[in-house]
Design a protein around this ligand. Structure first.
Ligand SMILES: NC(=O)c1ccc[n+]([C@@H]2O[C@H](COP(=O)([O-])OP(=O)(O)OC[C@H]3O[C@@H](n4cnc5c(N)ncnc54)[C@H](O)[C@@H]3O)[C@@H](O)[C@H]2O)c1
Ligand SMILES: O=C(O)C(=O)C[C@]1(C(=O)O)C=C[C@@H](O)C=C1
Length: 366
């Protein structure tokens, strides 16, 4: 029986573990995390079959090792793995949001007998921790692989087969391509989101009501600023070269819009927004399943007794009425999703904000 060792039992490690279990129930999933509460929760939720006392204990008998820690920690883990007696033929992969530093570090610290395939499932959330992990987090998302040029194709296929339950679409590229692309569509936007939040906070002294009025668009564009600061600090440090270049381009872009505004150039402003709208409207949607969505709110919940009363308790506290609630366990791939129905879109939005505030569970509207 294949043994998979997961180092870092958080949102991503937990979600990958769930997806592997679903597709390959006979695989033995062993987990390790520096935080004992995450290990205990992973066990309680059935995300891992057993825990390892140390990285050494879990790694030396594993057929596949998945590192799902923040990217700076991934470098330390790779150094440590390089000093162990790993099984012959072991595949090591990671899930980090940056690739160049990690792939370089792996080739420097791991023996040549080990296969390292960099990985990055391109979906996630601002939530962290194993309780937020879900089987279908990566469904229909891209899963980037950055194997070294000497890695054997059958090893890449073996890894894809193991990760089949993610239902992601695998795509191979170089670490440099990966970091340039994610710099534009993920890392730089994160800096902007955080900066907008800081800007609003600075204005709070002058306008104390600002926080209460910051709804709608501000919440949409700044959602990712609620993500794990350790994870993002590490990502930004790893990809600093790409980001510095993007800063220069962004500043130019801002200078240009500023000029349009200073000159009250309506035509240029219109064209600017119109072009952005056309490109944004053309972005492909990631389908999550065709479930009717009439004022329905979906909540990914860990599967334990009492979770429904926990959620309804929060809604009752804020006096939000619901018309229906049920766990969707009829469709296997969305097991653990709570569907709550409301009388109006307003109620649904209030409920979403309420659950987001009180819990770590993912909420979404289909
Ligand atoms: N969150 C996302 O949206 C997302 C998406 C794709 C990839 N990633 C990448 O996935 C990785 C994990 O992110 P996450 O969102 O799961 O974070 P998380 O905070 O939910 O989980 C990370 C876990 O790693 C553990 N950890 C830290 N150092 C460790 C060490 N030395 N040994 C063992 N465990 C250790 C932490 O205790 C934590 O439980 C990061 O590299 C991130 O860049 C994140
Ligand atoms: O949806 C979110 O909250 C995310 O930030 C997810 C997101 C992204 O930027 O798209 C964040 C980092 C990961 O490396 C991959 C996905």
């Amino acid at each position: 029986m294949e043994k998979v060792f997961i180092i870092g039992l958080g949102l991503i490690g937990g979600s990958i573990s769930r997806a592997i279990k679903k597709e390959h129930p006979s695989v033995q999933l062993v987990g390790y995390d520096i935080k004992n509460d995450q290990v205990q929760m992973a066990k309680k939720l059935g995300i891992i079959d057993q825990s390892a006392e140390s990285i050494k204990e879990g790694a030396e008998s594993a057929d596949v090792i998945i590192i799902s820690t923040p990217v700076e920690q991934t470098l330390n883990v790779l150094t440590f793995l390089g000093e162990l007696s790993l099984k012959e033929g072991v595949i090591i992969t990671d899930v980090g949001s940056t690739k160049k530093k990690i792939v370089d570090h792996a080739s420097f610290s791991l023996p040549k007998t080990v296969t390292f395939i960099g990985g990055h499932p391109m979906a996630g959330s601002h939530k962290s921790g194993v309780a937020a992990a879900k089987t279908h987090l990566f469904e229909n998302a891209f899963y980037i692989l950055t194997p070294g040029s000497n890695e054997r194709p059958e090893k890449i296929e073996q890894l894809k087969k193991l990760l089949k339950g993610t239902k992601a679409q695998f795509i191979v590229m170089t670490p440099e391509e990966h970091d340039s692309i994610t710099g534009v569509i993920s890392h730089f936007p994160h800096l902007i989101a955080a900066s907008l939040v800081h800007q609003a906070e600075k204005k709070e002294e002058m306008f104390p009501i600002i926080k209460r009025l910051a709804a709608g668009g501000f919440r949409d564009i700044t959602r990712i600023a609620s993500s794990n600061p350790v994870m993002w600090r590490d990502i930004i440090v790893h990809n600093h070269d790409v980001l510095i270049e993007l800063f220069d381009e962004w500043i130019q872009e801002m200078k240009q819009i500023k000029q349009f505004i200073e000159k009250l150039d309506k035509e240029q402003l219109y064209t600017y927004f119109e072009k952005a709208k056309t490109y944004r409207d053309g972005l492909p949607e990631r389908e999550k399943g065709a479930i009717p969505s009439f004022y329905d709110l979906y909540v990914d919940v860990p599967d334990y007794p009492g979770v429904i009363s926990e959620i309804t308790g929060y809604l009752a506290k804020e006096e939000i009425s619901i018309t229906n609630i049920r766990i969707l366990e009829t469709r296997e791939e969305i097991f653990g999703v709570l569907r709550i129905s409301f009388q109006s879109d307003e109620d649904r939005m209030k409920a979403k904000q309420c659950i987001d505030r009180y819990t770590n569970y993912e909420t979404y509207i289909l």
